[in-house]
Design a protein around this ligand. Sequence first.
Ligand SMILES: Cc1ncc(C[n+]2csc(CCOP(=O)(O)OP(=O)(O)O)c2C)c(N)n1
Ligand code: SF4
Length: 249
Amino acid sequence: MVVFKKTKGLTDNALHYCPGCTHGIIHRLVAESLEELGVLDKAVGVASVGCSVFSYNYFNCDMIQAPHGRAPAVATGAKRANPENVVFTYQGDGDLAAIGTAETVHSAARSENITLIFVNNAIYGMTGGQMAPTTLPNQVTQTSPYGRDTTVVGYPVRVSEMLSTITGAAYVERVAVDNVKNIIKAKKAIKKAFQYQIEGKGFTLIEVLSTCPTNWGLSPKDAIKWLDENMQTYYPLGVYKDKYATEEK
Ligand SMILES: Cc1ncc(C[n+]2csc(CCOP(=O)(O)OP(=O)(O)O)c2C)c(N)n1
Ligand code: SF4
């Protein structure tokens, strides 16, 4: 009896992520969703710059590598050139909410029919743990060794809340992958975003709260606890925008 089978949406390449990093779980949820919706052969993923830069080696669909922050612009081109494609970006918070803020906001404003998978781990992972726009107040990073001082560097950007104010955004939800219940919810949200795209409903973004045990300086277990206790307080989970919610009922 087959109890578990790996999704066809992922290649057989071994993931390079650190032990306890939840990038791998998020990859699986995206890949399973594409497979279950039967769109793997027309899916185009856009890898960003950050720890997930090699996601083009893992997703078993067409992939493009975009320069830092430019993934939504590249995705816009891929979608407009071939509207039957199911196009998604996979971006960290440094990529999406710092250097790529303009592309993120304006692709939402234009209601591009693309899906952004936004992995928020509150830090720049790949480059060694510098402060990100999403770093929490008082959080210690390599560039905020005494904790993020909001009087000097300002406050974290809440991407889902911000995008929910944009008329062009169709569906924006924040999820987490810290326990089984939340992982199931995260999968549902990701699948729904792709479903919306298939139905031509416009811009969708799923923000996934994720761990970076290496740069947080925590064990994988304590990193999950830190995500629960600190990140979810500052970044509450939930649906921030669903233009079509009433239609669905
Ligand atoms: C134009 C440009 N500026 C800066 C960098 C350096 N850089 C590479 S990855 C990265 C941060 C990535 O952090 P994030 O997007 O949060 O992803 P994570 O690694 O945490 O998954 C930076 C600043 C770059 N590659 N290109
Ligand atoms: S540095 Fe952080 S985000 Fe990058 S793979 Fe390691 S744990 Fe994951």
